[in-house]
Design a protein around this ligand. Structure first.
Ligand SMILES: Nc1ncnc2c1ncn2[C@@H]1O[C@H](COP(=O)(O)OP(=O)(O)OP(=O)(O)O)[C@@H](O)[C@H]1O
Length: 226
């Protein structure tokens, strides 16, 4: 996988959320850290084209997130900070099946793949449950399952352990560790990213540190606690 930011800057009206940035990403596990409002989610959303550059461009495996937007969206799975917003159908199994059906996967194959992903997450018991009656942690796991079932090349997770108890946090950590897909993880959970190959630190819309977890976490502590 190759993600490239070329002079990419992002503004929301008057607010500069991301200062113009040149960056190449190719590692399998990348963490994104920084204070609230530092631009992490904006950066992550720019990778799958949910947020368009105000200047410059972003490409994923050579595809432009604006010109080839549909293709990029299909290859980059995004799990939102508030995952209940991405669950659309009332029943868990139907929701997980939706992405496969919309890609034209046959009925028997859909059923088998939904069953397999539920088993992989240890949430078979949730299959017939109503999405809006799930706990926060269960919702997180169902949202991850519903994205992973479509087998994206790259997965972006925005604060995936935010609402989880220790057991479900471990499930997410183990799932992440076992993923073949490349993953970019936005998180305030610093122990989650400590084993990653590369960590990016944003501060006031600017990338101010980029390197191995130990060094970047130190830089984060320096700006956060000063
Ligand atoms: N849709 C929007 N419209 C206007 N301003 C926005 C919008 N989304 C984000 N912002 C602003 O852009 C800046 C960066 O926000 P962003 O959500 O990227 O930060 P973040 O680092 O992910 O924060 P958090 O850790 O709190 O989730 C903030 O000042 C925020 O208020």
């Amino acid at each position: 996988m190759e993600i490239r930011f070329v002079d990419c800057g992002i503004r929301y009206g008057e607010t500069v959320a991301l200062q113009p940035l040149d960056l190449d990403l190719a590692e399998r596990r990348i963490g994104v850290i920084g204070l609230n409002g530092s631009g992490k989610t904006t950066f992550a959303r720019a990778i799958n084209g949910l947020v368009k550059p105000s200047q410059g461009r972003v490409t994923v495996n050579g595809r432009d997130t604006v010109a080839d937007g549909a293709e990029v969206l299909g290859r980059v799975g995004f799990i939102f900070q508030n995952p209940q917003n991405q669950l659309i159908l009332p029943i868990v199994a139907d929701d997980i099946a939706l992405g496969l059906k919309s890609r034209g996967v046959g009925k028997a194959d859909v059923a088998a793949r939904v069953e397999a992903i539920l088993a992989r997450f240890g949430i078979e018991h949730l299959a017939r449950r109503r999405v809006h009656a799930l706990s926060g942690g269960e919702t997180q796991l169902v949202a991850m399952a519903s994205v992973l079932v479509t087998e994206p090349d790259i997965l972006i997770l925005d604060e995936p352990t935010n609402q989880l108890d220790l057991r479900n946090r471990k499930r997410v950590v183990d799932t992440l560790a076992g993923l073949d897909e490349a993953a970019i993880v936005v998180s305030h959970d610093l122990s989650l990213i400590e084993s990653f190959e590369r960590v990016l630190l944003f501060h006031e819309g600017r990338l101010i540190a980029d390197g191995i977890p130990g060094d970047v976490v130190k830089a984060y502590e320096a700006v956060a606690l000063s």
